[in-house]
Design a protein around this ligand. Sequence first.
Ligand code: GDP
Length: 304
Amino acid sequence: ETLDKGLEKSKTSFLGKLGKAVAGKSKVDDEVLDNLEEVLVTSDVGVDTTLKIIERIEERVSRDKYLGTEELNTILREEIAGLLSETNVGEESEFVVPTDKKPYVIMVVGVNGVGKTTTIGKLAHQFKSQGLKVVLGAADTFRAAAIDQLQVWADRVDVPIIKQQMGSDPASVAFDTLNSAVAEGADVVLVDTAGRLHNKVNLMNELSKVKRVMQKVVPDAPHDVLLVLDGSTGQNAFEQAKQFTKATEVSSLAVTKLDGTAKGGVVIGISDQFQIPVRYIGVGEGIDDLQVFNKYEFVDSFFK
Ligand code: GDP
């Protein structure tokens, strides 16, 4: 229900545009496909993924000879769910932290302003509600505000946070965090890192160093590298995904602010282009406004 509410903008807008794309047409022809292409691109699905979807629909049109516009919804839905299936975990309704990895270490990356801190706070809340012991690490040390904000969330959720002065070495904070987590017998550690995209080499060096140092405490850490992207920023989100996947091995995505955009299509494009599963979506500023991504619900919210 919240998902429907949160994605209302994407939904109405996508369906509305789709309606226009097929208006007055009884079958899927070149003009409908051109219009559809525009709908997908303007919904931030991204050019490459849009072309892939159009190609698949063209194949079906030529195979079935006649394809009515009323079937287009169904087929689009199938194709989009299919694309998401190729990368996505997205079928569970809850992410379960593996019990054989203790502490389970999630390194969270992303530029400032995308909702990284908020996502960490919401995740900490979810894990804590599942009865897990959570520790936060404030290794995004470049801005005092980043550390302060994480502290606010740590207080709100009531979980311990390990931090140092602004400007201190992120790797050192990560090291302290993991040591403390091990000592406390924590189940999950969320380490906030790198909030700026200065240049690729720096970013890569900083993240590798954080990883290396973490591994001195927990040899197979991090178990997950979660990249947070702002879903309302379209091309910027793609660009950030490109930079971060070059700098480190990103294993899952959280796409935020999908409540505030008519462009939820970015989820489809990014998941397809980078072949990384979208694990969470943010649909509001509140503590409960983070959802485990479910591809069927997501696709349906576009087409219902
Ligand atoms: P950070 O700099 O990446 O750590 O970003 P913050 O977590 O501080 O978030 C930046 C702003 O985005 C804050 O005002 C958050 O409340 C807001 N925000 C984060 N996630 C969401 C979301 O899913 N939906 C909405 N509407 N706002 C969000």
